[in-house]
Design a protein around this ligand. Structure first.
Ligand code: PXP
Length: 247
């Protein structure tokens, strides 16, 4: 496909909102800001338990984004149906287990069902379909047999071990080379941070990174100065009693 792309996953903006079931922060607002700041696309995961993104968020993202939208989804009927109706630019199929904190491993492609029918429906709807898989030869070959144009390599093992050794980085490099040889486009993501992203971004053949938690975490920190000073200005301006005003 095209040159290297950074997609920003905004799920955890919605996690903060859902902590209060209110309307802020708005993940669509965050996504539009991310686009303006240089994201090449936006990623969101509509989980079966709706723990962060809600259906209405996905509809609004589809309507308002100006750059490619990558929807992550499992194969549950209602979510595949929503994706087919909304037709995001890209649909990345991921495994999902209710009890997990985050997507812990890649798809199991040992059996074609239920992945193959979901791929067919999403592709027929016009989505570019990608499969989130572990960086293992058997999974890559299985993805290739399923006829998708792209895979996303799970970088979780790398994220957990990169300080100790470079075995997981070598595994990602080899997996990328194999996938490229088979004609697959290669994406990568999960657990990438400001500290560990550079070697993965440097792997020849990877053309898309999906990064979420670390960027949202950093946004909370680098944005807190402005957020506090704006609130301080607001509440101090409201005080009519000069004794209670800040010096
Ligand atoms: N790619 C996929 C397929 C994911 O499921 C996730 C997590 O939602 C990510 C990338 C982003 O991972 P992180 O939030 O750790 O950057």
């Amino acid at each position: 496909m095209s040159p290297f792309r950074l997609y920003i996953n905004i799920d955890h903006v919605a996690t903060v909102r859902q902590a209060r079931r209110t309307d802020e922060p708005d993940p669509v607002d965050a996504a539009l800001r991310a686009e303006r700041a240089g994201a090449d696309g936006i990623t969101a995961h509509l989980r079966e338990d709706r723990r962060h993104m809600q259906d209405a968020d996905i509809v609004a993202l589809r309507e308002r984004l100006t750059k490619p939208f990558n929807l992550e989804l499992a194969t549950s009927e209602d979510i595949v149906a929503l994706a087919c109706r909304l037709r995001p630019w890209q649909a990345t199929l991921v495994p999902e287990r209710r009890e997990e904190v985050t997507t812990e491993g890649g798809l199991n492609l040992d059996r074609p069902a239920p992945i193959a029918p979901a791929i067919g429906r999403l592709a027929d709807a016009g989505c570019r379909v990608s499969l989130f898989i572990d960086p293992e030869p058997a999974a890559i070959r299985a993805a290739h047999r399923l006829g998708v144009p792209a895979i996303e390599l799970h970088t979780g093992r790398y994220a957990h071990t990169w300080r100790r050794d470079d075995a997981a980085l070598r595994q990602l490099t080899d997996a990328t080379a194999l996938a490229r040889d088979l004609g697959l486009d290669v994406h990568a993501g999960h657990g990438l941070t400001y500290d560990n992203v550079t070697p993965v971004a440097a792997i020849a053949g990877i053309e898309e990174l999906n990064i979420g938690h670390s960027v949202v975490s950093r946004a909370v920190l680098v944005g807190i100065d402005r957020a506090v000073s704006e609130m301080a200005a607001l509440v101090r301006a409201a005080r009519v009693d000069p004794d209670l005003r800040h010096p």
